[in-house]
Design a protein around this ligand. Structure first.
Ligand SMILES: Nc1ncnc2c1ncn2[C@@H]1O[C@H](COP(=O)(O)OP(=O)(O)OP(=O)(O)O)[C@@H](O)[C@H]1O
Length: 594
């Protein structure tokens, strides 16, 4: 379908909902607030497509930012259905990559003394060393652990974006000194870190009106998804760009789904946008995703009243409680042996997800699924292919192309080339650079077709034939080449970990894969059926969650995010006699009226 046709179809669908229809056509600042499954992301992606086709004239474009890479991938996928791909006209990515690739990389060199000429992003060891050196410089040799103290400093660094304010030195001046010494040490080594990215971008935009103007010239509209999860640095950036710099803002969010407090997110920032002049507030009322029973259960999960309704003609949906004798291993075993097979008889693999709190629980489910030969794809920190790594996902896409994708252009070669250019040059490449990368990439990809290589050997060649030369010419300050070495070691045939290339790439004929994901990474996604694994007392909430009212509320919101992912079926798995206290209210509410 052409962009125009796909857009017309999407607009016609939203026209049946007056609030969505208003939001999508708004030409001033617009903030959409609504509960799960109400179509916030759909409204945002349609509004973005409409703006690109109808409001913003080429070569100007739009920027769309969100909290983490998983959300960015979800947005990319949905925008691709509307014919929109990341390009010179549309930036789609995280706050950090916006700060790095759209502000710092192009403009930092115009500001003398701001950053070293050849700066790059520090790795973990470099950050730790800078913390230790800064700690000694400020506090001398004492008995405390510098990294424990850094935890407090990090929180202050994320919260207090504007250092010109008296609070920066007024409250806890030693922490301010510690942060400044840490940053000075990084700069001395030619480095910046992850948290530096929005902070440096903020300072650049604040002090140099011409950068604001340049950004507005390129991106007259800024779209922000999942606003509730963005911390102070992004909020300050948005205020500068949109309320002082003249960009138009389109933001969507849901304070009830705020689950990144530990990284400095604050749901009140979303609410505060509404008080700004000229902001249209749109509230969406319907949950298009889930059946009424699941919506009722979700309000029990949240433990608060909300006026959310399902569609009148939507099926009720199904809710099942699976009590298992035994701990996590037994529960993972029950999922693989009994619960999943039942769900897979009714839903395709790719429409079923198992969600859990932490990656180590994902290991248990993965082991149980391996035993039962159920194919899966993991979205957690222990996944073979880390969804948060652009390089890992590029390698996976290349493998999918070699393992048969080339026949139906899935993925299309142009997308692979775009990803390669972004990885090597941070997105800005000359014609000759583009041609050189393209020649190398296509030669390498073609050589793999029909070669019968397993993943390990193919990855080794990838490293030798592509990455070795790309590393020599790379200009992208955020490099993650070590990800490939990790993939090579984690497919080591000597440890019986190698696999066929099509399995590595997830191209398994006739069958999709079940998703295994942490609750955090499942945000923004939806499935026909969802299994919540390990919903035991002591796991959710955990003792750590109970340390403060704030963390307890956040754990409950995380539980709510999990419960609101399914369209049709929710299965909750826990240990017999040891269920999470929140399950009782969920069960009670699921039976009653909304
Ligand atoms: N007007 C509409 N008509 C039909 N379906 C819709 C409409 N709006 C949204 N949907 C569908 O509802 C589902 C939920 O939409 P979407 O993911 O955009 O919601 P959301 O508010 O972003 O959810 P969450 O906050 O839980 O991530 C999707 O399957 C979407 O296609």
């Amino acid at each position: 379908m052409s962009n125009q046709k796909a857009l017309a179809a999407a607009l016609a669908e939203l026209d049946r909902n007056p609030e969505q229809s208003v939001a999508v056509r708004e030409r001033g600042h617009c903030v959409v607030l609504a509960g799960p499954g109400s179509g916030k992301t759909k409204t945002l992606t349609t509004a973005m497509a409409r703006a690109l086709v109808q409001d913003v004239v080429d070569p100007r474009g739009v920027a769309c930012i969100t909290y983490n890479n998983e959300c960015a991938i979800e947005l990319e996928t949905r925008l691709a259905r509307l014919g929109i791909h990341a390009s010179e006209r549309s930036f789609i990515g995280t706050v950090h990559s916006f700060a790095l690739t759209q502000v710092i990389t192009p403009y930092a060199r115009c500001i003398p003394g701001l950053l070293p000429a050849e700066f790059r992003v520090a790795d973990t060891a470099e950050r730790r060393s800078a913390v230790e050196i800064a700690y000694r410089a400020v506090f001398g040799e004492d008995q405390f652990n510098p990294h424990d103290r850094w935890g407090f400093a990090e929180e202050k660094r994320r919260r207090e974006v504007n250092r010109a304010l008296p609070a920066w030195r007024g409250e806890n001046p030693e922490l301010a000194q510690f942060i400044e010494a840490y940053e000075a040490e990084l700069r001395r080594c030619g480095l910046i870190d992850f948290d530096d990215m929005p902070l440096i971008a903020f300072r650049m935009i604040e002090s140099h009106a011409w950068i604001r103007d340049a950004l507005r010239a390129r991106f007259p509209i800024l779209f922000v998804d999942e606003y509730q999860d963005l911390g102070h640095a992004l909020h300050e950036l948005v205020l500068l760009l949109c309320f002082e710099g003249g960009m138009r803002l389109f933001a969507v969010g849901d304070a009830d789904q705020s689950i990144y407090g530990f990284t400095g997110a604050n749901p009140e920032l979303l609410q505060s946008l509404l008080a700004r002049p000229g902001v249209r507030e749109v509230r969406l009322r319907f949950n298009y995703r889930s059946g009424a029973k699941i919506i009722r259960a979700s309000l029990g999960a949240l433990g608060e009243e909300r006026d959310y309704r399902g569609l009148d003609d939507a099926p009720e949906g199904d809710l099942a409680f699976w009590t298992v004798k035994g701990g996590h291993d037994a529960q993972a075993g029950a999922i693989a042996a009994s619960i999943l097979p039942k769900l897979l008889a009714r839903h395709p693999h790719e429409e079923v997800a198992v969600l859990y709190r932490a990656a180590w629980l994902g290991d248990k489910v993965a082991a149980a699924l391996d035993e039962h030969a159920i194919p899966y794809v993991r979205t957690d920190g222990n996944a073979l292919i880390k969804r948060s790594s652009r390089l890992a996902r590029f390698v996976e896409s290349c493998a999918a192309w070699v393992a048969g994708g080339w026949r139906e252009a899935d993925p299309p070669y142009t997308r692979l080339l775009g990803q390669a250019l972004a990885l090597v040059f941070g997105g800005r490449a000359s014609d000759s650079e583009e041609q050189a990368v393209s020649r190398q990439l296509i030669a390498f990809l073609r050589s793999g077709i029909g070669a019968g290589e397993n993943a390990h050997a193919w990855l080794q060649r990838f490293s030798r034939e592509l990455l070795a030369s790309w590393r020599q010419v790379a200009r992208n300050p955020q490099q993650e080449w070590e990800v490939l070495a990790e993939l090579i070691s984690r497919t080591n045939p000597a440890q019986d970990k190698d696999m066929a290339l099509n399995i590595f790439a997830g191209r398994i004929e006739g069958s999709g894969r079940v998703s295994l994901s942490t609750l955090h990474s499942a945000k923004g996604r939806e499935f026909d059926a969802v299994i919540l694994f390990g919903m035991n007392a002591g796991d959710i909430p955990s003792n750590r969650d109970k340390k403060s009212t704030g963390s307890l509320r956040e754990a409950r919101r995380l539980f709510y995010v999990g419960v609101t992912r399914p369209r049709k079926e929710l299965a909750i798995v826990f240990q017999e006699g040891n269920h999470s206290p929140w399950i009782a209210e969920l069960s009670r509410r699921s039976k009653g009226n909304l």
